[in-house]
Design a protein around this ligand. Structure first.
Ligand SMILES: C[S@@+](CC[C@H](N)C(=O)[O-])C[C@H]1O[C@@H](n2cnc3c(N)ncnc32)[C@H](O)[C@@H]1O
Length: 220
């Protein structure tokens, strides 16, 4: 299959998908400093444990997903979902290449194809700013549904910039309906409104505009 060609099995979503960038996405991330080192930091903060069941929503090419699979070991399970068939194709190909046990599915966060309370932790890295407000609401509710009671949500995403570089980089996006909520600092409200508790920042913003949020689903 040609990864440069738009595939025809992409699901309907109002999220911003990145079909045409799939082939160059990892290189782009590496060049802006969001390569494997950045992803390892996310997993450190999420404190993954051996044997855990992990879902990575909006997984893109699956860099974080594959690293998570290393952390949870043979007893654990890691699934990545993305709304772009092209991203999933690249993720699957890379997983085969490195013999990763991470698996990947084409799916949208607003309608997750999993039963209630299936996962110990959900990772959402740089996906929320791709969702317009109504999808942020339904997507976070779906994440809440598939988490076990006491399960964790780790979100890494664009936040209100506190640095010059952040303000400059994000300026073109300030009116975009999906990015606007993030830039105005509303991500915590979305997370809490979905029912999550104990929302906190396990580390300071990265480059003054990417925040890390960890929260738990009540009930354990
Ligand atoms: C910036 S990329 C982030 C990829 C990866 N998580 C990372 O940290 O590099 C955002 C991803 O969200 C996906 N996406 C957009 N809307 C989505 C939706 N409704 N459901 C699932 N994934 C979606 C895009 O296709 C894209 O791969």
């Amino acid at each position: 299959m040609n990864i440069l060609k738009r595939q025809d099995n992409n699901p309907e979503t109002k999220g911003i998908v990145m079909h045409h960038m799939a082939w160059a996405y990892d290189l782009g991330c590496y060049l802006v400093g969001m390569g494997a080192h950045f992803r390892r930091k996310i997993l450190q903060l999420a404190q993954l444990r051996s044997g855990e069941h992990v879902l990575d929503v909006g997984c893109g090419t699956g860099v974080l997903t594959r690293l998570a699979a290393e952390e949870v070991g043979n007893e654990g399970e890691v699934i990545g979902i993305d709304a772009s068939a092209e991203m999933i194709q690249v993720a699957k190909r890379k997983a085969v290449k490195v013999h990763s046990k991470a698996t990947f599915q084409l799916a949208v966060v607003e309608s997750l194809p999993f039963e209630d309370e299936r996962f110990d932790i959900v990772l959402s890295s740089m996906m929320l700013h791709h969702l317009p407000p109504e999808l942020k609401v339904t997507g976070l509710r779906e994440i809440f549904r598939v988490l076990k009671p006491g399960g964790r949500l780790m979100v890494v995403d664009v936040d209100k910039p506190t640095s010059l570089i952040g303000r400059v980089l994000m300026f073109p996006w300030r009116k975009d309906p999906a990015v606007k909520d993030n830039l105005e600092g509303h991500v915590p409200e979305f997370i809490q409104n979905a029912g999550f508790l104990n929302l906190h920042h396990p580390r300071a913003k990265w480059r003054g505009f990417i925040s890390f949020w960890l929260a738990t689903k009540p009930g354990k």
